[in-house]
Write a protein that binds this ligand. Sequence first.
Ligand code: PHB
Length: 393
Amino acid sequence: MNRRNWLVLAATALIAVGAVPALAQDTVKIGVTLGLTGPLQIIGTEALAGMRLYMAEHGDTVAGKKIELIVRDDGAVAENAKRIAQELIVRDKVNILAGFTVTPTALAVAPLATEAKIPMVVVNAGTSIITERSPYIVRTSFTLPQSSAVIAEWALKNGIKKVVSVVSDYGPGIDAETSFKEAFTKGGGEVIEAVRAPLASPDFAPFLQRARDANPQAVFVFVPSGQAATFVKQFIERGIEKSGIKLIGPGDVTDDAQLNGMGDQIIGTVTAHLYSTYHPSAMNKKFVAAFEKANPGLRPNFTAVSGYDGMHLIYEALKKTGGDTNSDKLIAAMKGMAWESPRGPISIDPETRDIIQNIYIRRVEKKDGELYNVEFDTFEAVKDPVKAKKKGS
Ligand code: PHB
């Protein structure tokens, strides 16, 4: 072997063992900040598992570039996410930011994405306003108004006219409360009381008592999926469903990842959401099997599928740009992209950079000894109604 070949071989070996970093231009760095610890950790754990599954299935090279994930835990706390994003941008020189389990972390990082001109892919946080906070934000998850307006329509059609709403008192909860009320009252329904519970307090008892005392036909609820099991436990403990008051809402409250532990009393609960582990497509069956194999004991939920789709968005955008990481080119490539997800057909609205997707009406049922959200009706290609309304007015 001549001297030149030997040097190339030695350099390759050093890169392979991580002794020297690969040439920066050969690597696309994705800085991921997620809440992987703390009371809402299930959201981050699922999202990361979805992202990793996509990479395991599609390889870690796209358009000649090696994809590197740099994963950090922000504990779902805004200040942590801001500090982490700063480090990812300045020290690690990431090309793309991704993650964001809760709205406050996404809002805290949005100005940094604008300043540094870095695409920011949101794989969970669901307050409508988020995508308007930076032209570099693209979302693969959902907005709360998407499913809240749909469940209002379903409730009205099914004879529910008097509702109490109970929501977590922060961005997505207020979005859910507002959009549900608007759609529900427009169709002749009445929200007789609107209760907001502090996000930091997982004790819903006093709020549920107020809801029960108002004697509605249904309680409309939004709590972040990490609090779903606690909420449902307290709802059942108070015998609310036994007294004939129904539980309705976006599907966060019957989160697939926690549903099996909620008990049979939850059977019959109807919610509206973007994804169910039980979604009957061939693609989803494959997705669920692969996810469960890679993550024993965990079912894929809506956050897992949003993480999976977030990686798809990044991979396909890089293919379109031929591996160019220029932010404006990547965002242009992402706008209007449409594909089949395990949740069904989805696309990125070229005007808002937000997701357009089917919202399914589902009922909790027992199948093969397990609890599932079984879809029985579909509202197709739903846009975020808040932004659609702003545009129309
Ligand atoms: C949010 O903070 O935006 C959020 C968190 C959990 C959810 C939905 C939205 O289940």
